[in-house]
Design a protein around this ligand. Structure first.
Ligand SMILES: [Zn+2]
Ligand SMILES: [Zn+2]
Length: 286
């Protein structure tokens, strides 16, 4: 798990896709060297672990030494072993290297995930809802196919319902990019998407606080032209008021050049929100 000290998270990037993910470039070694250049103290790799059988031709693969192989216990082991070797190599240079997975969650695969995750050597389990009705709403070439079928309220309702089960499952240390539907939803539904969490997110944040599941602040959406992080400021304020732990900042790097991007900016925002939330703790923030 990441440090519990917010100030230490400032020098850490906890959402990094090396070239084990099919949609990413950059080796574990290249990322670690870049982390040292940037003065990071910690890097956590979070290779995709997407196993919905309805998407068996699209998702469940990994790239190992340039070859695409099926996601399996063996391929995950080879990935975590390389991270452990990097941990040994870079630890003495002042960089802590952690092994994580970004696990795509849907209720219908929960029990299988429980068995599989128990067998992996991981420091960090990052849960993410990417797919609704087996369509990746986080993928530019798929999102509209799903959005066209749903009103904004239907989409958000289904998203948060799945997220609620992800939190309840207790499989994850943290939830990735909490309001990620806005990434492509903003272009499709318009600005309303930015406040569509109201009434849906509050009980989930309460559940997260109760179950001690944290959130990350994901800076990757800024690269997509969005103005706010994931989650946005309104959700962050709600999370702080409900005592949900912000356990990580993550660039969601898919290439070496993305590493650490906007993390200082996100950290300063959270510091500011923390101060103002403490100052107005009796005021209702919506
Ligand atoms: Zn993700
Ligand atoms: Zn990611």
């Amino acid at each position: 798990m990441p440090s519990t000290q917010l100030s230490q998270l400032r020098k850490a990037d906890y959402h990094v896709h090396p070239d084990y993910s099919l949609d990413a470039t950059g080796s574990i070694d290249e990322y670690c060297q870049r982390a040292l250049q940037l003065g990071l103290k910690e890097i956590c790799f979070t290779t995709h672990y997407d196993t919905d059988p309805f998407r068996k031709d699209i998702d469940p693969f990994m790239r190992i030494e340039g070859k695409v192989v099926p996601l399996s216990k063996d391929s995950v082991r080879r990935y975590t072993e390389e991270v452990r070797r990097a941990e040994e190599k870079y630890g003495s240079q002042g960089l802590s290297v952690k092994a994580g997975l970004e696990v795509d969650y849907s209720p219908h695969i929960e029990e299988r995930l429980r068995e599989e995750l128990a067998g992996f050597d991981l420091d960090y389990r990052l849960g993410a809802v990417h797919c609704l009705d087996h369509i990746a709403i986080t993928a530019s070439n798929e999102a509209e196919k799903y959005f066209k079928r749903k009103s904004l309220e239907e989409m958000v309702s289904q998203y948060y319902e799945n997220l609620k089960h992800a939190v309840k499952s207790e499989l994850f240390d943290a939830i990735a990019h909490l309001d990620v539907y806005k990434k492509y939803g903003l272009g499709f539904y318009g600005k309303e998407v930015l406040v569509a969490h109201r009434g849906f997110v509050e009980p989930i944040l309460e559940l997260m606080a109760k179950k001690d599941v944290g959130i990350e602040v994901n800076t990757g959406v800024l690269r997509k032209g969005l103005k706010e992080f994931c989650p946005g400021q309104k959700i962050l304020v709600l999370a702080l008021k409900k005592r949900v732990k912000i356990v990580a900042f993550g660039s969601d790097a898919h290439k070496v050049d993305h590493l650490g991007r906007d993390i200082t900016k996100a950290y300063l925002l959270v510091e500011k929100l923390k101060r103002s939330t403490n100052g107005v703790s009796k005021t209702t923030v919506r």
